[in-house]
Design a protein around this ligand. Structure first.
Ligand code: ADP
Length: 376
């Protein structure tokens, strides 16, 4: 094979020439290659930038590059350089750097004098690109990474849609009950009682939902600032059982805290209480018989506080998503039990806000929700 391709033949001829042989005839292809390589070097040379220009590019918050009249990057900032596989954008065309035909076309149009603004995907991230023709016939390319912003906007849209849906259900029930009462049921004492009960129950649900939504929005918008300090988890664990005592008694569930005095963790007291209240509330809500207990175990420099129940357990494939807002294993059962689908999302935010970690293990014998907090 060696010597058959024009390149290999040229290499051999050059070696012979250098070793004292006759002047090598490189052939047309190889001469063209030589020219292109020289051109590329020239480009690299031409990318020596003015310091003011470079300083300006570096100060921009977006990935920024100046594209020469010939269509290659003459100067760029560090953010733009990271887009290039080689880590250096200068001397390459935007197409070579991003492999985006859209950007290539937009740069071409901008070099003809048309400013462009477009959204494009580069290496699986979304960018808002601004291309501005400059006086010298060059183009300023600005790429703003909007991946996170877009994701956040989508999450917000989902949240609003879910929240509206959740709010609509009790509102429709209340409206229907009121209409039935007005259209005659009020005169039938037994029927009326039933409908008023529906109104009361649904109003209760609405109030829980709005409270949870408010809590969540306060935590997420950081209006509820968490202040961690050393606290003894034992009294909080006992207090967290209180709101569930009546429901547990009605179901015949044993409810107890086994957290020993002196379980000192770094936590925000109000957040710790709400976390435990929500976990105990769930445990009692979803457990038909047996017990619900809060336990504490030391693990290295942390305390693991867990709420353990003897309920039905949660199937494995749900576990990953269980802390998402409005995620429920069984929406019907959750609503029936007075759930809002927000309890665990609130718990997760609070625990993370305290610098802790939350997790769940679940099987046929029940569930164990655990919270890891730094020990003091
Ligand atoms: P909800 O208000 O519906 O209880 P959560 O965010 O508190 O909302 O919980 C989400 C879902 O996780 C619940 O709908 C339920 O399906 C499941 N879940 C939570 N805790 C338990 C538990 N201790 N045992 C079984 N399932 C649970």
């Amino acid at each position: 094979m060696l010597g058959r391709t024009p390149l290999a033949a040229a290499i051999r001829a050059l070696r012979e020439e250098l070793a004292g042989g006759p002047r090598a005839d490189l052939g047309r292809d190889v001469r063209e290659l030589e020219e292109l390589l020289a051109q590329r070097e020239l480009r690299r040379f031409a990318t020596v930038r003015g310091p003011a220009e470079q300083e300006l590019l570096a100060a921009l918050p977006d990935a920024a590059a100046l594209v020469s009249k010939e269509g290659w990057v003459r100067a760029s900032n560090a953010a733009f350089d990271t887009l290039a596989a080689t880590g250096r954008a200068a001397g390459l065309t935007p197409l070579e750097i991003t492999r985006s035909a859209e950007l290539h076309e937009a740069v071409r149009r901008a070099l003809e004098g048309t400013a462009r603004r477009l959204e494009l995907t580069i290496q699986r991230r979304t960018y808002l690109a601004h291309l501005s023709p400059l006086l010298r016939g060059e183009v300023l390319v600005l790429l703003r990474d909007v991946t996170e912003a877009k994701r956040a906007a989508a999450t917000r849209r989902d949240f609003v849609a879910n929240a509206s849906h959740e709010l609509r259900t009790p509102i429709s029930a209340i409206r229907a009950a009121a209409e039935t009462l007005l259209s005659g049921a009020m005169d039938d004492a037994t029927a009326a009682h039933g409908f008023v009960e529906i109104v009361a129950r649904q109003a209760d649900r609405l109030s829980r939902l709005t409270q949870d939504l408010l809590d969540l929005s306060r935590i997420e918008s950081k209006q509820w600032t968490l202040e961690v300090a050393p606290v003894d988890a034992a009294p909080f664990a006992r207090q967290a059982l209180e709101p569930a005592v009546v429901a547990a008694r009605e179901k015949g569930l044993a409810l107890r805290s086994e957290v020993p005095e002196g379980t000192i963790v770094r936590a925000d007291p109000r957040a710790l209480e709400q976390v435990l209240v929500n976990l105990v509330d769930n445990a009692v809500k979803y457990t038909a018989e047996g017990s619900v207990a809060i336990r504490a175990a030391r693990e290295g420099n942390d305390w693991i506080i867990s709420v353990v129940d003897t309920g039905p357990g949660i199937e494995r494939h749900h576990l990953e998503r269980i802390f998402e807002r409005f995620y429920r294993v069984d929406a019907g059962r959750s609503r029936e039990a007075g759930g809002t689908g927000l309890g665990l999302a609130i718990v997760k935010h609070l625990v993370q806000g305290m610098g802790g970690e939350i997790g769940v293990e679940s099987g046929a014998g029940g569930s164990r929700f655990w919270v890891r907090l730094p020990a003091v």
